[in-house]
Design a protein around this ligand. Structure first.
Ligand code: FUB
Length: 358
C-alpha cells in the first residue's frame, strides 16, 4: 500500500504489438489494452496542454460475486494515465486519490471524470457515503477533489457536491466556457431510488418495472464558477425517440442505463451513454447542452464483459473512442481500457464500431 502511494511514476506500458490474441468468441480484438500493469475501466479522456490524460476506474481483484448492484466493483482508488500521443507509451501515475482520503465516502470509487479551469485540475468521482440502506450499503454521491497537476495527487473536499446523487459524473465545458455535469445510473447507480429529491434506502435494486412509462433519464446541472458545486438543481436530460416521445423504460436496447458523456462537434451536441443490461453504447443529439436529445443509434457493439463505458475526445484532428473490455482477465470486474478511432459520416452520424474483427 505504501508503495502505491509513492509520488513516483510507477509503471510504463505500451500498446501491445500484433498479432492480436483471439477472444473467447473466436474473433480478434479490434484494439489492445492501453496498460497491462493494472486493471482499468470507465476511461474519461481529456487533452490538457496537448497531452492525453485518461481518468479511469482502477479495478481490483475481489472475491465478492457478481450481482445486480455491482458489488464486485470494489475499487478504492484512482490512478491517472498519460500519453504524449495515441499509440505511444502510456505512463501510469501513482495513486491520485484513495477512498481513505475522502471524509464522506465509505467504498466503491467508481467511474470518475476530470476538468481544468484557471490553473486547477478537478477530479469528479462517485462513491458510496456512510449511510446504510436495506443492503447495508451507502448511497452514491459525487465528490470533487483538486490538484495543480493533471496526474494528482488530488485533495478531496470534505463533503460531496451539494445536491449530488447517483454516479458516473461527466463534466463537459462548452465553447462559451460554461461547464455542465452529466450523471446518473440505474440499478447499482440508484437513480430508481430517487423521487423528487428524496432517496429511498429501501427502494428497488434494479428497474422500476414500469416498462410502458418513460425511462429514468440521466441528469444534467450547470457547474458553478468554482467548479465545486452545482449552479442549479439537476434536471432530467430527456432522450426522445423518432416520434418525439421519451424513450420508454422497457426499451432496454435504447434507454439510458449509465456512463454519460458529452461532446460537441460541428455545432451539434452529442450525448453518449451505455444501455447497461443490453451492453450497447448509444448516442443522441441535441442543439444545446440541456437537450432534449434525439436518439440516433448504437455506436459500439457489446464488448467482452458486462459493463461498457467510454469517452470520446478530439486529438490531432481525429476523434477517438476510449472504451474498456475484459480481454486481460475475462472477469467482469477486472477490465482494461482501450482506444480506437471514431469515424463520422458526412451527415454527422457516428459509424458503428465493432470491438471484434474476424
Ligand atoms: O466501474 C463501475 C461501474 O461499472 C461504473 O460506474 C459504470 O459505468 C460501469 O462501468
Amino acid at each position: 500500500m505504501k508503495k502505491a502511494h509513492s509520488a513516483a511514476i510507477v509503471a510504463l506500458a505500451t500498446i501491445a504489438a500484433a498479432p492480436a490474441p483471439v477472444a473467447p468468441n473466436g474473433k480478434h480484438y479490434l484494439s489492445q489494452p492501453l496498460v497491462t500493469s493494472i486493471y482499468t475501466a470507465d476511461p474519461s479522456a481529456h487533452v490538457f496542454g496537448g497531452k492525453i490524460y485518461v481518468y479511469p476506474s482502477h479495478d481490483v481483484p475481489t472475491k465478492i460475486p457478481d450481482d445486480d448492484l455491482g458489488n464486485e466493483y470494489a475499487m478504492h482508488d484512482y490512478r491517472v494515465l498519460r500519453m504524449d500521443r495515441i499509440g505511444g507509451p502510456v505512463t501510469v501515475g501513482p495513486v491520485a486519490l484513495d477512498v481513505k482520503q475522502v471524509p464522506w465516502a465509505s467504498q466503491q470509487m467508481w467511474a470518475p471524470d476530470a476538468a481544468y479551469r484557471n490553473g486547477t485540475y478537478f477530479l469528479y468521482f462517485p462513491a458510496r457515503d456512510k449511510s446504510r440502506d436495506k443492503n447495508g450499503l451507502g448511497a452514491f454521491r459525487i465528490g470533487v477533489a483538486t490538484s495543480k497537476s493533471p496526474m494528482g495527487p488530488f485533495k478531496a473536499d470534505p463533503q460531496p457536491i451539494r445536491g449530488s446523487f447517483s454516479m458516473d459524473p461527466a463534466v463537459f465545458t462548452d465553447t462559451d466556457g460554461k461547464s455542465y455535469m452529466y450523471f446518473g445510473g440505474i440499478w447499482g447507480g440508484q437513480l430508481q431510488r430517487w423521487h423528487n429529491g428524496h432517496y429511498d434506502p429501501n427502494g428497488s435494486d434494479t428497474d422500476l418495472h414500469q416498462d410502458d412509462k418513460p425511462a429514468l433519464m440521466p441528469k444534467v446541472a450547470r457547474m458553478a464558477d468554482s467548479m465545486k458545486q452545482y449552479a442549479e438543481a439537476p434536471r432530467d436530460l430527456v432522450i426522445l425517440d423518432e416520434h418525439g416521445k421519451p424513450l420508454l423504460a422497457g426499451d432496454h436496447d435504447r434507454r439510458f442505463f449509465e456512463a454519460s458523456w458529452m461532446f460537441k462537434r460541428a455545432g451539434k451536441y452529442y450525448f453518449t451513454y451505455s444501455t447497461g443490461d443490453t451492453h450497447f453504447l448509444a448516442y443522441a443529439t441535441g442543439d444545446n447542452p440541456y437537450g432534449p436529445f434525439h436518439y440516433q443509434g448504437h455506436f459500439l457493439m457489446p464488448v467482452q464483459g458486462w459493463t461498457t463505458h467510454h469517452s470520446i475526445v478530439e486529438w490531432n484532428g481525429k476523434w477517438w473512442l476510449f472504451y474498456a473490455d475484459t480481454q486481460l482477465s475475462n472477469k467482469n470486474h477486472l477490465r482494461n481500457v482501450k482506444v480506437t478511432e471514431l469515424h463520422f459520416n458526412p451527415n454527422g452520424s457516428i459509424r458503428t464500431v465493432d470491438p471484434f474483427v474476424n
